[in-house]
Design a protein around this ligand. Structure first.
Ligand code: ADP
Ligand code: F6P
Length: 474
């Protein structure tokens, strides 16, 4: 993607999405010129089609620190960039969002760090997002705030613009109440979210944890999924498991180009009988090390023949300046190197590890080419990759090995479900997925395909937005 001049788009919008990131990231080339590339992660994957089918504006950070940009239109979507200083990127984004909230909300898989200056930056940046959104939203507009980076925005925005209809959706898990209580600013975040009319979670359990917490911690009156606020409003908290543009992706994978590319990929890999695929942001919640270790052991034990099978692992670079992410990258590099060193032969590696981002067309071809998709997060709000693999099937073939701890496991019950903490159990399931008959696999895949196509992103967004309109605020 090339650098484009910013166009001014000053009119207000009746529908506004607010997310930490815009769908495109501004990056600097080595020669000093600027470029745009798609932003990483499930939120952007999910919201691009939502915005494309609805007129609206997207308020978010453009990924480059200290750079002020005017609003512009990209691929038909009006984008409103929010500026963050380098200091704020360190404290609000890498710090409070990704070294405090991210591990805390993912079952404290890593230890969350609590620093008061990170919290101060989080408050300041949330206020900036709220201020900027208040300028963009037209009278009575619908504003949909996204994810853990912006949990204070609903309340801040309501104070500025009581005329707005405000929704909030959390893309990651909402933690068990016992873990949430560790947060020194636990009440402020609950109050921040209560500025919305409708607060959406991936799973029913998350919504229930939230309602329980506002009852216990803020002593508010609650009834099922409803909360009565001190200013007399009603806030609804409900589950909306997020989805994908299943048809769009399926059609991409169905194209002759994707078929040809899928065949090329298999040929380049030496025409293996079995192609295992892993696709993740390089994140410690995704269970990459456990998965690769399980494969290494299966090959060592002679249960997978490296002459017949390969593992392709894509890892999109993520949060590279946060310590734990740097460490993970080194550990994955080392583990893949060791396994390939032990098991490889000239011209052939068992693990093909690619630490880069690919265009959607390439992703669709890879999903199409894969015999067994392996998705093993230790904890994940939803995991869109699992749904993307299912959507790309052209028949009831293939197999999905899926962690019980991904939100997607609630809907894709027919996957080969695994506990990624249990390496032996995971190995057994991988073997089962390899050895099951095509008939048994087809039975599983048929049900999962129906689920993914019937519950697509358009239905998800429409349901949320209809419910948001339906909440009676008082
Ligand atoms: P998260 O939101 O935590 O990143 P998801 O699984 O929900 O996890 O979403 C990840 C998204 O990123 C998916 O849409 C997937 O296709 C995309 N993705 C993952 N790895 C790559 C890659 N190497 N290149 C391009 N897209 C990728
Ligand atoms: O919900 C997961 C999420 O944090 C999204 O908010 C984001 O799109 C994605 O992961 C990628 O993370 P980051 O924006 O930190 O690169």
């Amino acid at each position: 993607m090339s650098a484009r001049p910013a166009q001014s788009t000053s009119a207000t919008a009746t529908f506004v999405v607010v997310a930490n990131r815009l769908p495109v990231d501004r990056v600097e080339n080595p020669d000093g010129t600027a470029d745009w590339r798609p932003s990483p992660g499930g939120l952007v994957t999910a919201f691009e089609p939502v915005m494309r089918s609805r007129e609206g504006a997207w308020v978010g950070w453009h990924g480059a620190p200290d750079e002020e940009l005017a609003p512009f239109t990209n691929d038909g979507i009006k984008l409103v960039p929010v500026t963050l200083s380098s200091h704020e990127v360190a404290d609000y984004y890498e710090g409070f969002s990704n070294a405090t909230l991210w591990p805390l909300y993912h079952d404290v898989i890593a230890t969350p760090e609590f620093h008061r200056e990170w919290w101060d930056a989080y408050v300041m940046v949330n206020q900036r997002f709220a201020d900027q959104t208040a300028q963009v939203a037209g009278p009575g507009a619908v504003v949909w705030v996204q994810d853990y980076q912006l949990q204070l925005v609903p309340q801040m925005l309501r104070q500025l613009r009581p005329d707005l209809r405000i929704g909030f959706f959390l893309h990651i898990p909402f933690p068990p109440t016992e873990l949430y209580q560790q947060l020194p600013w636990r009440n402020q975040i609950l109050e921040g979210l209560l500025g919305a009319d409708l607060v959406g979670f991936q799973l029913v359990g998350g919504a229930q944890n939230f309602v329980r917490l506002v009852r216990q911690r803020l002593q508010l009156e609650t009834h099922r999924d409803r909360v009565r606020t001190t200013d007399g409003r009603t806030v609804v908290a409900r589950a909306y498991p997020i989805a994908i543009d299943a048809k769009g992706l399926h059609d991409l994978a169905a194209s002759p180009e994707a078929a040809e590319r899928a065949a090329d990929i298999r040929r380049d890999l030496g025409d293996p009988r079995l192609l295992f695929l892993g696709v993740d942001r390089l994140d410690y919640t995704k269970g990459l090390l456990e998965r690769i270790r399980a494969f290494g052991e299966l090959v060592d034990e002679g249960k997978i023949d490296p002459d017949e099978a390969v593992l392709v692992q894509l890892a999109i670079p993520s949060r590279e300046r946060v310590d734990l992410y740097r460490q993970l990258r080194d550990e994955v590099d080392r583990l893949v190197g060791r396994i390939n060193g032990d098991l490889g032969r000239i011209g052939r590696s068992f693990v093909t590890y690619l630490h880069t981002s690919y265009p959607r067309e390439e992703m669709a071809a890879l999903y199409r080419a894969a015999d067994i998709m392996v998705v093993t997060p230790m904890r994940d709000g939803m995991n869109l990759v699992a749904k993307e693999y299912v959507a790309c099937r052209q028949a009831d073939d293939g197999a999905l090995v899926l962690s019980e701890f991904a939100g997607a496991a609630r809907e894709l019950r027919q996957a080969y479900l695994v506990n990624p903490h249990d390496i032996n159990g995971m190995k057994d399931k991988l073997i089962e997925a390899m050895e099951d008959s095509p008939r048994a696999k087809a039975r599983r895949m048929r049900v999962m395909r129906r689920q993914v196509f019937e519950h697509d992103i358009d239905r998800w967004a429409s349901t949320f937005l209809e419910d948001l309109q339906g909440v009676q605020p008082t």
